[in-house]
Design a protein around this ligand. Structure first.
Ligand SMILES: [Zn+2]
Ligand SMILES: [Zn+2]
Length: 268
């Protein structure tokens, strides 16, 4: 059985096809998925998926790219994190990619609100003792620095979490592992030009590895460019099995076990 640790099933292109996607998941032996929140506005829809289906769970959080929407306070996150089937805080983190085009020519200094928002999520996660789902893009030094400053330095009692859709270097992987965090591989690991990432996938200790789709984005080869869904997470597992010289069933089993370890709430 495979577990998709990160997907966006409430996005319209997936939500509208949910019965079909659930059937495809069953067919592909993808038995569980974590539905990830990116705005406070969508939380109810994400949570609704987890309440309606006993193999879905939910997170609460605001993505670093989200702008002009509700800005959460620690108490807002804490309150929602206490609801049934909410097992993590996120996705949260920092995204400095495309400062010219995506960020309208702003500077990294201008993105202080992102760093502040990230701190709010970390504080909430520590308060409720639920793990963080971390998104970091072109911002790894600040992401790691803020985690450490907020006490997420690998010491006992930390919230912990996962660096999702990992695309960083071996060095960043090592630093994340040093903090006690997990690393999740997406379909990018199957892309032709992603040899560096395959090297990371071979390096991460097995007990810290997760797999995900980040659907509807980033469909793995052979579906690259198409709409992704949790049913495709076995292609990520297959690639990891290949670079590690393992059987795909083992990767499925270990990453599912790691999912239970990290997101303890799924066992409740
Ligand atoms: Zn993300
Ligand atoms: Zn995501």
């Amino acid at each position: 059985m495979f577990t998709d640790s990160h997907c966006h099933l409430n996005f319209p292109e997936l939500q509208s096809r949910l019965p079909e996607i659930r059937a495809a998941m069953a067919e592909a032996e993808v038995t569980r998925a974590l539905c990830i929140c990116t705005t406070m506005e969508e939380f109810e829809a994400v949570h609704g998926l987890a309440l309606a289906h006993d193999n879905f769970w939910a997170t609460v959080g605001v993505h670093p790219d989200t702008e002009h929407m509700t800005e959460p306070e620690v108490a807002d996150l804490v309150q929602r994190a206490g609801l049934p089937r909410v097992v993590a805080i996120g996705e949260t983190g920092l995204d400095y990619y495309g400062m010219q085009d995506r960020k309208g020519g702003r500077s990294i200094a201008d993105l202080e609100w992102q760093r502040q928002r990230f701190r709010v999520h970390i504080r909430a996660a520590r308060e409720v003792q639920k793990p963080l789902v971390i998104h970091t893009r072109s911002a790894s030094a600040d992401t790691l620095g803020i985690l450490r400053e907020e006490g997420e330095d690998g010491s006992p009692g930390q919230a912990g979490g996962v660096f999702h859709c990992f695309t960083e270097t071996m060095e960043v992987a090592r630093a994340a592992l040093d903090l006690g965090y997990y690393i999740s591989m997406s379909g990018i690991v199957t892309f032709k030009n992603a040899q560096d990432l395959r090297d990371v996938a071979a390096f991460v200790p097995l007990e810290r590895l997760l797999i995900e789709t980040d659907s509807p984005y980033l469909a793995p080869v052979p579906y690259r460019g198409k709409i992704n869904s949790p049913a495709y997470v076995p292609f990520v597992a297959r690639q990891i099995a290949e670079v590690r010289g393992m059987r795909v069933e083992e990767v499925a089993e270990v990453t599912s076990r790691n999912f239970d370890q990290l997101f303890k709430g799924v066992l409740a």
